[in-house]
Design a protein around this ligand. Structure first.
Ligand SMILES: [Zn+2]
Length: 272
């Protein structure tokens, strides 16, 4: 077992590219560092050397070695080679096996390149997945931070209303559709309205609760819409216009989603 198994597994398939001189310089250096300490990869490179030799000799031979030429000439002419120039033989390959080896080397190179490309694609795919994951985490983190800021701002605003010097309080009692419900409204002309309630029934689909400010004018003024949590609790904040007529009471009705300009549904809470 090689000492550095993950590195070995990653680099072993680059042996073919390495012996063919097809690795980029950085990867070639990494591979050479690896085979210095990995006997298995070193042996693999050594086993590939006939292939590289075949490639190196695949180019046409220029002249046959002089001794060979002399032997051939002597066998044809029966006399020693003269100093006179002998017709140069047509360039030929020195062995019939070499083209075949070269073809085999090309196939190995093609296969190695294919494996290498597939491996690169897989690594890029994995990196893209990790990048996507990191991006999603960052987005989720930003959303959480925004939520925390929003809740913090809301809490500060509610506190600001509750400590307002012009604070007025109105208690609301549950009506026949919600006898156990109760609520309190804290209103400051300068800072707005905080409304808290408990034991409110869950609103049916397509419905919402609507809070009304009752004044000396005949028509109630809508303060806003809210839906209680699953425990029937509400803690909501509403802005009110600075010129809101002096409230003399508040009421909560159940209305179609989106609210209505004047109350149409059953009264759930009333406080005067
Ligand atoms: Zn290795």
């Amino acid at each position: 077992m090689p000492m550095n198994a993950p590195e070995h597994n990653e680099l072993r398939e680059q042996a073919e590219l390495y012996v063919l001189g097809a690795l980029p310089p950085t990867e070639r250096d990494a591979f050479e560092t690896h085979i210095a300490s990995c006997a298995e990869c070193a042996a693999h490179v050594k086993a590939l050397s006939p292939v590289t030799d075949a490639l190196a000799h695949a180019a046409p031979q220029h002249d046959p070695p002089p001794a060979l030429r002399a032997r051939v000439v002597r066998s044809i002419t029966g006399s020693p080679v003269k100093a006179a120039p002998v017709p140069r033989p047509v360039p030929t390959r020195s062995s019939a096996a070499l083209p075949w080896l070269a073809a085999a080397a090309s196939l190995i190179l093609a296969a190695a390149l294919g494996t290498y490309a597939a491996n690169l694609r897989a690594r890029i795919g994995a990196l893209e997945l990790r990048l996507q994951d990191a991006t999603e985490r960052a987005a989720a983190g930003e959303r959480q931070l925004a939520d925390v800021k929003r809740v913090s701002v809301e809490a500060q605003s509610q506190i600001a209303i509750l400590v307002a010097p012009d604070l007025q309080r109105i208690d609301l009692q549950g009506q026949s559709p919600a006898p156990k419900a109760s609520a309190r409204a804290f209103w400051s002309r300068s800072r707005g309205l905080v409304f808290t309630a408990s034991n409110l029934p869950t609103v049916p689909p397509g419905k919402t609760y609507q809070l009304w400010v009752l004044t000396k004018q005949p028509a109630p003024i809508s303060a806003g819409l809210f839906k209680p949590d699953p425990q029937g609790r509400v803690a909501a904040m509403f802005e009110t216009p600075p010129d809101l007529p002096q409230p003399i009471g508040m009421a909560v009705t159940i209305e179609p989603d989106g609210g209505v300009p004047s109350p149409t549904g059953d009264k759930y809470l009333v406080g005067l």
